[in-house]
Design a protein around this ligand. Structure first.
Ligand code: CA
Length: 415
């Protein structure tokens, strides 16, 4: 679950800057402790007992890195082909298929109970937490405590802080285990604490709703989320389609629905050239990269996937991964770019090649963080590529070409 970041109002930046300028760290620490203490009556009114509140907030320090995350403004929008190349790569498909087999029994029970099929549930798991391998590293009370007292949207984060304290109070998860994203999404399902309270379930029946350490609870909770979001069993999320020549996509979108029969009459076909399924199921036309990229007719089931993150790119990643888990192939229509995105294996290869050129990019983890981006800029400048800190196939091929044994060119200067 992603917390969507909007540009920072200047006032907040100034207020924070002033607070920092005046202060010795002490002033800020005092201010933070006071702010937290002042939240106790509201916490009490929200069902957090005094002893719970004190135990988890006493001596808590602010983590200003979460405010940096809140205020972060991406320099450019990540192209959808980069998102999808990393989120739906062969590694994730293979792992997901193995997990479908490993957890077949519990997934069958989940389907029987919530009417959501195994591939869809496992696809959400894969996109949200890389099947439980990427939880985030921020202690939740500290991150949400900081966001409750500093920065924008404090009222929202206070609600999430109180939910977190209620979860701890109820003993679902131990405080040491409760880590997550900077904004408070945690566990296999990356639920926000308030979402946990509404939708997490105890599927293994041990009395606790444990989204950190129980795979059955995580899979059941994901299916419960989708069921409550309107998922209809036995139906698909949608189809990749082929548009007729000259078809205008202006004004079309996920929610601009027409019956399939109307789309068929307008000349749309499945991506493989076959006719659309018969019938009048309502579907909207989504063209995330415009009329020249892959096009999709999406049903109400796509809206259920969309609601998990409120982003079409993530919804499409889950949808596509679920199809790949069922044995489907990559999209038929290529993305409209001459510099396609990289899988995570290829991102790690870029990092290895950057390290070999003397850049200190830290751990080779496929994440392409700030240090990788700095190195990418240097290499793009040297290679005469567009300098945008983005790694795609063009950069990977250029770096590979320089290390092939047959290459006769001198090693480039170390940075
Ligand atoms: Ca449980």
């Amino acid at each position: 679950m992603t917390f969507h970041v909007h540009p920072t109002p200047l006032g907040v930046t100034l207020a924070l800057a002033l607070a920092c300028a005046l202060s010795p760290v002490q002033a800020q620490t005092d201010g933070f402790s006071r702010c937290l203490a002042d939240l106790q009556p509201a916490a009490l009114a929200a069902g957090v007992r005094g002893e719970t509140f004190e135990r988890h907030t006493q001596g808590l320090s602010a983590d200003l890195t979460v405010i940096d995350k809140l205020n972060f403004q991406p320099e450019f929008r990540t192209p959808i082909w980069d998102y999808l190349a990393g989120l739906v790569d062969e590694e994730r498909v293979e792992q997901g298929r193995a997990l479908l087999v490993q957890h077949a029994a519990v997934l069958a029970q989940v389907q029987e109970h919530y009417r959501v099929d195994p591939a869809t549930v496992v696809a959400v798991w894969g996109v949200e937490s890389n099947f439980g391998q990427t939880f985030g590293k921020y202690p939740l009370v500290q991150a949400l405590g900081t966001l409750s007292c500093l920065g924008r949207r404090q009222a929202y984060f206070r609600g999430e802080l109180f939910a977190t304290l209620r979860i701890l109070q109820a003993g679902h998860i131990t405080p040491e285990r409760l880590v997550g994203s900077w904004a408070g999404a945690f566990g296999h399902t990356q639920f926000m604490p308030s979402t946990f309270e509404r939708l997490a379930v105890d599927f293994d029946g041990d009395g606790r709703r444990d989204l950190m350490d129980s795979v059955p609870d995580a899979l059941g909770s994901t299916a419960n989320f989708l069921a409550k979001a309107g998922w209809q069993d036995g139906r698909v999320w949608g189809w990749e389609v082929r548009l007729p020549a000259g078809f205008s996509v202006a004004g079309q979108g996920r929610k601009v629905r027409q019956p399939l029969s109307a789309w068929a009459a307008a000349g749309l076909r499945l991506a493989d050239g076959n006719p659309l399924p018969a019938g009048t199921e309502p579907a909207g036309l989504m063209t995330p990269a415009g009329a020249n990229g892959p096009a999709f007719l999406v049903t109400r089931n796509f809206d259920a996937l969309y609601s998990y993150n409120a982003a079409e790119s993530y919804g499409l990643a889950i949808a596509h991964l679920s199809d790949r888990l069922r044995g489907g192939g990559p999209f038929s229509t290529p993305w409209p770019t001459d510099d396609a995105g990289l899988s995570r294996a290829e991102r790690r290869e870029v990092q290895t090649l950057l390290t070999a050129r003397g850049h200190d990019i830290g751990e080779i983890d496929g994440m392409l963080g700030d240090r990788s981006k700095t190195a990418i800029r240097i290499e793009q400048t040297r290679l005469g590529h567009e300098v945008n800190a983005r790694a795609g196939q063009r950069l990977l091929k250029a770096l590979r070409a320089e290390v092939t044994p047959s290459s006769s060119s001198d090693p480039a200067p170390r940075s």
